[in-house]
Write a protein that binds this ligand. Structure first.
Ligand code: N01
Length: 533
């Protein structure tokens, strides 16, 4: 493959590739690395000028990993052997450093074309190939096309009247100015109280002259209990030995738990133990910090409403004790369980949007229904993403019958195993809809590399998900979802955070082991469920 094309004006016609990957985040990089030994012509096109995916884009103050660093990394030893995390919950800049380390170890960049946004993809039946075009006019033919655009790559900004009039700084959290933006002494508004809104508000509150948080749904926040990981020289050898012993065990264990993490809930149900045992257990989890209280408690927390209410009540009591103003406390941690958010400083005000919605945005601030204008210098849109499908449908992908994937999925997503969709042969996605998404990108990557190997060995040029296999998969995804409380939530998990997006389970919530079993069975049965020729 002539590497020089990557520095030529991109109006040039590229030669053929075997595999084109879109996206140089966790999953795209892993895909490139695992496909290389097959000797295929594989390249990555990445829209950003750097690798890292979400960890390139999300530079808002406070952006950091909310899952412990041990499980939030590649499982391959050539990466973790010489890498040391300094904090239990690494910052965005630490994640960027990590990706530089990955690049150095795997020598990835020679096969990555940065600052190259894929605009469209057209299936050409006669050639059994995809023709891909980029925003800057490049064109490439590829046999297989793997979309690794991530779960949350398409920022969503609600259409507020007057937004274009605002003269201050206005940024979505995932499009923060690269050279930073000082918040010190400013009047700041944050719309949205999801993970991004909470993180940016925590930082803004420390230095803003005034922070106004616009909350639609209260969200339960748990103390992270951040820890520095300082290993002194004398302990280094011992630490390395422990990693050598435990990491392989931990990464294998992660594939055995539903959530894809090294730990999981206990086998008991909430009400099978005494109230005293329950209370002490909750306390232990709460003190442990991070996701422990939600994910590592009793095993019915996501399936039994009463069990969920019980843990919510515990969390609520903890949260109320931290908030002095009873009116505010009720808004952040209401008696009826929703999702809540609990940070309080004197310079912070909360606007409860269901009670007092945003009417319009003016040159100088936000006007709410009560007629009040909130004057602001900086408007932070922490309003989330067109998640899971958004990164895929943002590309104009035209399949066999000429319809785009956006049109195909406009009435509901259809995939087989969450990796492929009928009418779109030779197109695959990692972290796509109807898969365990963020929980299992390496596992999906390995499976797909296995499929590429199978295609190479057997000279297969065409792989398409069968419609009936998709039907079965959709039923399974929806059936499992209906047995859980995930079906009741209003969030990006179900697509109902975006106006006019079909409301449906976008993730496979049956757990990583069941998902792996389904993928394995498919492969062992000669990729049953796919047309392979
Ligand atoms: O986005 P979100 P996020 N008017 O969709 C509100 C990961 N992540 O960027 O709940 C007013 O969760 C919306 O309100 P409501 C993580 O997986 C990880 O925060 O829909 N408000 C909500 O409060 C996370 O789950 C880290 O009522 C509106 C917020 O905007 C995912 O990314 C850090 C609105 C959106 O919350 C997404 O998180 C950050 C409107 N019209 C993110 N529309 C780590 O730590 C939306 N909202 C690794």
């Amino acid at each position: 493959f002539p590497l020089t094309v990557f520095t030529m004006p991109t109006s040039a016609l590229y030669t053929d590739l075997d595999v084109l990957i879109v996206g140089a985040g966790f999953s795209g990089l892993y895909q490139l690395y695992t496909l290389r030994p097959l000797g295929l012509r594989v390249k990555i096109f990445e829209a950003a000028p750097e690798i890292g995916g979400v960890w390139y884009w999300n530079t808002y103050p406070g952006a950091r990993v909310d899952t412990g660093c041990d499980s939030y990394q590649y499982s391959l030893k050539n990466i973790w052997r010489d890498w040391h995390w300094n904090e239990l919950f690494p910052s965005q800049s630490a994640m960027q450093e990590y990706f530089h380390h990955v690049d150095r170890e795997w020598d990835l960049k020679k096969d990555i074309h940065l600052s190259t946004r894929v605009k469209s993809a057209q299936w050409v039946e006669a050639e059994k190939k995809w023709i891909i075009t980029t925003e800057d006019g490049a064109l490439v033919r590829t046999r297989f096309f793997i979309v690794c655009t991530g779960v949350n790559s398409e920022p969503y900004i609600p259409k507020y009247e007057g937004l274009e009039l605002f003269t201050g700084a206005c940024h979505h959290t995932a499009r923060w100015p690269r050279d930073g933006l000082s918040l010190a002494g400013k009047r700041i508004a944050v719309i949205g109280t999801g993970a991004s809104g909470v993180q940016v508000s925590q930082e803004a509150a420390k230095c803003a002259s005034k922070l106004t948080v616009f909350q639609r749904t209260p969200n339960p926040c748990l103390p992270m209990r951040q820890r520095q990981i300082n290993i002194c020289k004398q302990e280094l050898e011992e630490y390395k030995n422990l990693k050598e012993e435990l990491y392989p065990i931990m990464f294998t264990r992660m594939l055995q738990t539903p959530g894809g993490l090294a730990y999981m809930c206990v086998p008991q149900k909430t009400f099978s133990v005494t109230p005293e045992e329950r209370r002490l257990f909750y306390e232990q989890l709460y003190q442990r910090g991070g996701v422990a209280l939600w994910l590592w408690g009793y095993n019915d927390v996501f399936t039994d409403k009463a069990a969920n209410d019980e843990v919510y009540a515990f969390w609520r009591k903890k949260t109320l004790s931290r908030i002095k103003d009873p009116k505010l406390a009720e808004k952040l941690a209401p008696a009826v369980p929703q999702n809540a958010f609990g940070v309080k400083r004197d310079n912070v005000e909360l606007v409860d949007l269901p009670e007092n919605p945003i009417e319009r945005i003016t040159e100088a601030g936000i006007v709410t229904k009560d007629g009040m204008e909130h004057p602001i210098d900086v408007l932070v849109m922490a309003t989330g993403f067109d998640s899971i499908t958004g990164g895929i449908t943002a590309i104009d992908i035209k399949g066999k019958n000429g319809t785009t994937i956006r049109e195909e999925w406009s009435q509901g997503t259809h995939t087989f195993l969450g990796v492929a969709s009928s009418n779109f042969p030779n197109l695959f996605f990692i972290n796509g809809p109807q898969a365990p998404t963020a929980l299992s990108n390496e596992m999906q990557g390995d499976w797909l590399t296995g499929l590429m190997k199978h295609a190479q060995t057997n000279k297969i040029e065409y792989i398409e998900a069968r419609r009936e296999a998709e039907e079965g998969w959709r039923q399974l995804v929806m059936g499992i979802n209906a047995m859980t409380l995930f079906s009741t939530g209003k969030s990006w998990y179900n697509g109902n955070n975006i106006p006019n997006k079909p409301v449906e389970p976008l993730s496979f919530v049956g757990g990583v082991p069941l998902y792996m079993q389904q993928c394995k069975e498919c492969a062992e049965n000669n990729y049953q469920g796919f047309i392979v020729q």
